[in-house]
Design a protein around this ligand. Structure first.
Ligand code: GTP
Length: 317
């Protein structure tokens, strides 16, 4: 680090690499505010609202002093992973399209002021179902509302202790993320504090990148998009603009189709596993009923034998 100004703290890497980060979390947890803290500007609309401010996925970028390009994708509360709502599918598609070169880290934004909800727990499970166990290797938990945290936000031990005092599902999620935790106070005006929390996050992102062999998260849907986009760019170079627009919307339609298919497969898998669980439970109940019946029969037989024995004894005397 140069050490001449706080902004020199951005010199975290020396490469001209880019990092694509996706903010995920329940509405109001502070995703947009965290995105703004990371990008150091009011890139996303962040405000208190009961009905959710962010309605569409949005991509904003910044170039750090060392040339590192930070791409941040803000999302609406992407938690209703069911094949029903068409806009959820469209938003997942938009998000994947923004991140077509892959995602370097998924930031699960939680607020330390709110209880970790069942909805959030289910969302993490659904993410794993939809995108595979691999997503966990890219996940970092970002706690917001650091201003109401009692301990030192930079002290990872204090943060782990805070989680350890919390509900079991939260502990499970943070364990799955190998305790990659960071605390953000998005309200602070202290430049040193603002810089340090972003620096901590970027160090974690770099760790995630390293642990994943430098490969950002992608799957077959991302690969398809890349192919489709390359084709669209080639057409754009050759054809009239209207044609390339058509190609672009074709790409989005294709992604939407793939996401929908994947969602349906996921839900079908869930239903099958629930049906299997139910069948196993019914079988276990049937076995238990059979065992109880057998025991009852044995007990009745033993009682009868005891009674016979007693009456025989009486007869002898
Ligand atoms: N005190 C405090 N308030 C915060 C912090 N982070 C976010 N907020 C506030 O929490 C409210 C919601 O923040 P947003 O960033 O809009 O939350 P979001 O998750 O993006 O919400 P949607 O866009 O609706 O999905 C806003 O009033 C923010 O100012 C924080 O660290 N401390």
């Amino acid at each position: 680090m140069g050490g001449s100004s706080i902004d020199d703290d951005w010199e975290i890497t020396t490469s001209n690499d880019s990092r694509t980060l996706v903010l995920l979390g329940k509405t109001g947890n502070g995703k947009s505010a965290t995105g703004n803290s990371i990008l150091k500007r009011q890139a996303f609309n962040s405000k208190k609202s009961l009905k959710g401010v962010t309605s569409k996925c949005e991509l904003q970028s910044t170039v750090c002093q060392d040339g590192l390009i930070l791409n941040v994708i803000d999302t609406p509360g992407l938690f209703g992973f069911s094949p029903g709502p068409k806009d959820t599918i469209e938003e997942i598609s938009r998000c994947i399209n923004f991140a077509k070169d892959g995602i370097h880290a998924i930031l699960l934004v939680l607020s330390i002021d709110n209880r970790f909800s069942n909805e959030e727990e289910a969302a993490v499970r659904n993410l794993q179902l939809l995108f595979g166990q691999k997503v966990l290797d890219y996940m970092i938990v970002v706690f917001t509302h650091g201003d109401s945290f009692d301990g030192d936000g930079g002290d990872i031990k204090a943060l782990i202790e805070f989680v350890d005092d919390g509900p079991e599902p939260l502990k499970e999620v943070t364990n799955l993320c190998k305790n990659r935790l960071v605390l953000f106070d998005n309200k602070t005006t202290d430049r040193v504090k603002r810089t340090k929390q972003v620096q901590r996050l970027i160090s974690l992102v770099n760790l995630v990148v390293k642990e994943n062999g430098g490969r950002p998260y992608t799957n077959e849907i991302f690969d398809e998009i890349k192919k489709a986009n390359t084709k669209a760019t080639e057409t754009e170079n050759k054809e009239a603009p209207s044609q390339s627009e058509k190609e672009y919307s074709g790409v989005l339609d294709r992604i939407t189709e793939m996401v929908e298919l994947k969602l349906n497969e996921t839900v079908q898998r869930l239903e099958e596993s629930l049906a299997k669980e139910k069948a196993a439970r019914m079988k276990a109940e049937e076995n238990a009923r059979f065992e109880i019946n057998e025991l009852r029969k044995k007990l009745e037989k033993a009682e009868k034998e005891a009674n016979d024995f007693k009456s025989n004894k009486c007869a002898i005397f």
